[in-house]
Design a protein around this ligand. Structure first.
Ligand SMILES: C[S@@+](CC[C@H](N)C(=O)[O-])C[C@H]1O[C@@H](n2cnc3c(N)ncnc32)[C@H](O)[C@@H]1O
Length: 276
C-alpha cells in the first residue's frame, strides 16, 4: 500500500523528534528485506514500524516478526494493518527488552542510531540490515587515518563487520531528510581476541579519541580520569612503557586491533595492581 496515502488517511503529521522520515519507495524496502535473507521461523525485529512500509514486506517472509513503535498513533495503525501477523510492542526500543532476535531489519530513527546500534551489537544476532544517515554509516565503516575514523568505527568493529550496501537518496523518504541515507549490513564477528572487559574498551576508546591528534601516550595520560577502573599514574606509566612504539602514534592512526591490545594491556595491569 502507498505510504503517503496511509499518512494522509490517518492525518499523520510526521514528528521530527521521533525521526519520522517515512520510506516511500517500496522497492528499497523489498531490497532491504532481501538482504536480510530471512529463513523459516527466524526471529526478526523491526525498530520503528512507522505506518508499516517495511513491515508489509517483512510479513511476506517466513520469519516471526516483532515490531517496536514508540508513537501510540502509529502503533494503532500497525495493529489495524497487521493484527495477529506480527508481535507488536508499543514503547521505546532503547528501554524495551525485546528478548532474543536473529535478525534486525529497520529504518532507524536517526537520533537513536548510536544507542540502538550498540544495544543490537551487545546481544547475540545473526545479521542486521539497517538504514542510517549516510555520514553515520561512513563513520561506522571508516578506515584508520581518515577523518571519519573514530570511536564509533572502533566500537562497531569490536562486535561486527559493517558494510555499506547502498546509498539512498533523500527522495526515498517523506518528508525528505536534509542528508542522504545508507543501508548498512552488520554481521557479528568472532574477534581474534576478546577485550577482557568490553565496557572498559569502549570507555578507553572514547577517552583516547577525545584527544585524537595527540600521541597515544599523552592522550592516555590526559584522560586517565575517564576510565573505570581508573589506573594509578604508576600503572599507566608501566603500561605505556610496555606498549612501547604504539603509544608514539596518534589514536586516529591506530587500527581497532591495536586499540584493543592497548586497552587489554592497561586493563590487565589495573587488575594486577588491585590484587597486590
Ligand atoms: C525513519 S522512521 C521509519 C518508519 C518505517 N519503518 C518506514 O520505513 O517508513 C522511524 C520510526 O521509528 C519510530 N521511533 C522513533 N523513536 C523510537 C524509539 N525510541 N523506539 C521505537 N520507535 C521509535 C518513529 O515513530 C518512526 O515511526
Amino acid at each position: 500500500m502507498d505510504t503517503k496515502k496511509i499518512l494522509k488517511k490517518h492525518n499523520i503529521r510526521p514528528k521530527k523528534n521521533l525521526g519520522q522520515n517515512f520510506l516511500i519507495n517500496n522497492k528499497i524496502a523489498q531490497r532491504q528485506v532481501k538482504h536480510a535473507d530471512i529463513q523459516p521461523d527466524e526471529k526478526i525485529l523491526e525498530i520503528g514500524g512507522g505506518v508499516g512500509t517495511l513491515t508489509q514486506e517483512l510479513i511476506k517472509t517466513p520469519g516471526k516478526i516483532t515490531v517496536i513503535e514508540k508513537d501510540p498513533k502509529l502503533h494503532k495503525i500497525l495493529k489495524k494493518r497487521f493484527g495477529e501477523k506480527i508481535t507488536l510492542i508499543q514503547g521505546d526500543a532503547i528501554q524495551t527488552d525485546y528478548g532474543e532476535t536473529d535478525k534486525v531489519v529497520a529504518n532507524l530513527p536517526y537520533q537513536i542510531s548510536s544507542e540502538i546500534t550498540f544495544k543490537i551489537l551487545k546481544k547475540p544476532f545473526k545479521k542486521a540490515i539497517l538504514m542510517y544517515q549516510k555520514e553515520f554509516a561512513e563513520r561506522m565503516t571508516a578506515k584508520p587515518g581518515t577523518k571519519e575514523y573514530g570511536r564509533l568505527t572502533v566500537g562497531v568493529d569490536l562486535y561486527s563487520n559493517a558494510e555499506i550496501l547502498e546509498k539512498i537518496p533523500q527522495t526515498a523518504f517523506y518528508p525528505q531528510p536534509k542528508v542522504m541515507s545508507a543501508l548498512v549490513k552488520l554481521t557479528p564477528k568472532n574477534p581474534k581476541y576478546t577485550p577482557k572487559n568490553q565496557e572498559f574498551f569502549l570507555d578507553f576508546t572514547k577517552a583516547i579519541f577525545s584527544q585524537r591528534r595527540k600521541k597515544l601516550k599523552n592522550a592516555m595520560k590526559n584522560t586517565r580520569h575517564m576510565l573505570n577502573p581508573k589506573p594509578t599514574k604508576k600503572t599507566l606509566k608501566q603500561t605505556i612503557k610496555k606498549l612501547d612504539k604504539t603509544t608514539e602514534k596518534r589514536p586516529e592512526k591506530l587500527t581497532p586491533s591495536q586499540i584493543a591490545d592497548c586497552s587489554n594491556k592497561l586493563y590487565t595491569e589495573i587488575q594486577k595492581t588491585k590484587k597486590q
